[in-house]
Design a protein around this ligand. Structure first.
Ligand code: NAP
Length: 253
């Protein structure tokens, strides 16, 4: 049984990934920042299904968090060999209207947090001679996404650069590093900072502009993560797997 850590696993994509990895037969540590009740419910769901899971609190935007997180999981489950760097936040705004004081907190979680957690977990993977790291980027990083996500996109572009560099560094140790780039997925993040009318409009527009004519679910992303986390994905590294129902490539009228 491998041991997986999913950051930001109390809700949305992280929660679905944790449940999927548990169903795949892994013991799972579900990290959360403040929503202990939701994280606890996800753990309960895994335990009820016969799996093994724990919830671990920690703000990955705090550099002191990552070593403590790794040590706690090591003591309670064992060394992590599957890491899903999922935790992320979105502050909306474009060139003219973005409140730039929000850049640093966003970068601290989306970029620095990913680096700190990876650095804390990698030594255990190196000792095991095996590891799977999956980073959550976004199709926003390619510059084709909806208005209001310019600076978030910059943090997600950094995730792609780090994914490829870490893959180069860690490949000789039996560790693969890949990214998943979701399209529009129905989660709290997709609705944050917007009116219900704006959300409804986005759901309709995004579905119409996807080849498969629907928006994504957290489970759609969890399945891609599950593939990249598996033994069989050992020759796939440094890649960005786009999971967007064909939206990026669809030149909609
Ligand atoms: P979400 O619904 O907003 O959930 C975010 C999760 O991250 C929550 O579990 C939250 O924990 C946790 N989190 C936030 N800040 C954290 C921190 N500092 N330390 C630890 N945990 C933290 O987000 P989502 O939509 O599932 O997105 C997951 C990932 O996919 C993100 O990296 C996002 O950028 C990416 N993504 C999402 C979409 C989309 O359409 N939804 C598209 C492309 C990419 P608490 O509940 O405790 O606050």
């Amino acid at each position: 049984m491998a041991i997986a850590l999913v950051t930001g696993a109390s809700r949305g994509i992280g929660r679905a990934a944790a449940l999927r990895l548990a169903l795949d037969g892994n013991a799972v540590a579900l990290n959360y920042r403040e929503n202990a009740e939701a994280a606890g419910q996800a753990v309960e769901e895994i335990l009820r299904a016969g799996g093994r899971a724990i919830a671990v609190q920690g703000d990955i935007g705090d550099p002191a968090c990552a070593p403590a997180l790794a040590a706690e999981i090591d003591a309670r489950l064992g060394p992590v060999t599957i890491l899903v760097n999922n935790a992320g936040i979105l502050h909306r705004g474009d060139l003219a209207d973005f409140d730039f004081t929000r850049m640093e907190p966003m970068r601290r979680v989306n970029v620095d947090g990913l680096v700190h957690v990876t650095r804390a977990i990698v030594p255990g993977m190196q000792a095991a001679g095996f590891g799977r790291i999956i980073n959550l980027t976004s199709i926003a990083a390619f510059g084709t996404a909806m208005p209001g996500t310019t600076f978030y996109a910059a943090t997600k572009a950094a995730v792609i650069a780090l994914t490829k560099r870490f893959a180069l560094d860690l490949g000789p140790h039996g560790i693969t590093v890949n990214a998943v780039a979701p399209g529009f997925i129905r989660t709290d993040m997709a609705a944050a900072g917007r009116t219900p009318e704006q959300v409804a409009q986005s759901l309709e527009t995004m579905a119409a502009k996807a080849m498969v004519r629907r928006i994504g679910t957290p489970e759609d992303i969890a399945h891609a993560i599950s593939f990249l986390a598996g033994e069989r994905a050992g020759f796939v590294t440094g890649q960005v797997l786009v999971v967007d129902g064909g939206r990026t490539d669809y030149l909609a009228p």
